[in-house]
Design a protein around this ligand. Structure first.
Ligand SMILES: O=C(O)CCC(=O)N[C@@H](CCC(=O)O)C(=O)O
Ligand SMILES: [Zn+2]
Length: 353
């Protein structure tokens, strides 16, 4: 019963391995919190999809979305029609309702000599898959998830002319002028498939933010190493289980259902979304660091030229230059050396023709 898998995993009782049938395909638990769906027959629009949630443990709406998807697949309301890898990211942090335990998992998806060896060595990967990672070992979990993604993408190449897909679903700490928005990881590889803009627009996304440099997030991993159409999707604000506005996420739920069944997703005008690019990645360099605006300033708030944004004992003040910039993900409590905010400028929509 895959419907039980999610509850059991969150309670810490899931078996590390297991497999069975669902309508139209089969499932396999390939690692703790990692469930693969393999259809008997691929639908007309099937793409190998990684759908991840809970990379930050207190971001529950995406986990509820995965729960709805799994229930649909189990009941036969949705017939499996595409290879899927469903991932619950930071299991110990989900269980305690925290963003992370020792360090932010979403900065660790980078191949090192060790991680690459694990991802290409099936024996090591299998050993790593058998057990839950210790609660405070986010680097071990990142290696486990990188290995699972490498293995999945290697076994399910995309059809000619299509690309792999990864939606890493999150919710934001702050309120936002755009409650639902996509972050596009930086890449020197292929451009994102143009259809993604109209698909994300139909799924209720309101803005798109292009990263300007490598960020070693989970979505960046799939984009950088696997040339996938990969995004971090911010789907509202952090809330506990049961308190999320799932009605606002109904179009996103329909998109996930289309991906799982291999049917064409809804599309709508990509011009309905606003587009931004990162101009400044503000880092915290010292213990004596402060943001110079209030805790309730929402994501995408615009600051005028000359505004003091942050003070840092080591890096000095951060002041907006000649053009206004909007702030996203401001967080003065990040670890020293980590990103404390992104400052954005508006940009033109990507080419869709
Ligand atoms: O609201 C916040 O400050 C953080 C929300 C969040 O977890 N965002 C992701 C974005 C990842 C990316 O830049 O692609 C994160 O910070 O990991
Ligand atoms: Zn997050």
């Amino acid at each position: 019963m895959i419907a039980d898998w999610l509850d059991l995993t969150l309670e810490g009782h899931a078996s590390a391995r297991g497999m069975g049938r669902i309508p139209g395909g089969r499932y396999e638990i390939v690692a703790p919190g990692v469930l693969e769906i393999c259809p008997d027959t691929q639908g007309p629009a099937a793409r190998p999809c990684v759908l991840s949630a809970g990379i930050h443990g207190n971001e529950t709406a995406p986990i509820e979305l995965l729960g709805e998807l799994i229930a649909g697949l189990e009941s036969g309301h949705l017939i499996a029609g595409a290879p899927l890898l469903l991932i619950l990211g930071n299991l110990p942090a989900i269980r305690t309702g925290e963003r992370f335990h020792a360090t932010n998992l979403n900065r660790l998806f980078r191949r090192t000599e060790t991680a690459t060896a694990i991802s290409v060595d099936a024996g090591n990967a299998a050993a790593g898959k058998a057990n839950d990672c210790p609660a405070d070992d986010e680097p071990a979990r990142a290696r486990q998830l990188m290995a699972a993604v490498d293995d999945f993408y290697a076994r399910f190449p995309p059809a000619d002319g299509t690309r792999r897909l990864h939606y890493d679903m999150h919710t934001a700490i702050r309120d936002s002028h755009y409650p639902r928005f996509a972050v596009v990881p930086f890449s020197v590889g292929e451009a994102i498939s143009p259809s993604q803009w109209s698909i994300l627009s139909a799924a209720g996304l309101q803005a798109v933010l292009h990263q300007h440099q490598h960020s070693w997030t989970f979505s960046h991993y799939s984009r950088h190493y696997h040339d996938a159409d990969a995004f971090t999707l911010e789907l509202g604000q952090v809330r506990p289980f049961g308190a999320n506005d799932m009605a606002a996420l109904a179009p996103m739920s329909r998109l996930l259902a289309a991906l799982a069944t291999g049917t064409p997703p809804d599309e709508s005008d990509p011009g309905a979304m606003d587009y931004f690019k990162v101009e400044v990645e503000l880092m915290r360099h010292s213990a004596d660091f402060a943001l110079c605006f209030s805790e309730d300033v929402a994501n995408f708030t615009r600051f005028a030229p000359g505004t003091l944004i942050a003070r840092d004992a080591q890096a000095g003040p951060c002041i907006i230059g000649d053009t206004p910039l909007s702030v996203v993900f401001p967080n003065a409590s990040v670890e020293i050396g980590a990103r404390a905010a992104l400052l954005l400028a508006s940009c033109a929509p990507p080419e869709t023709a």
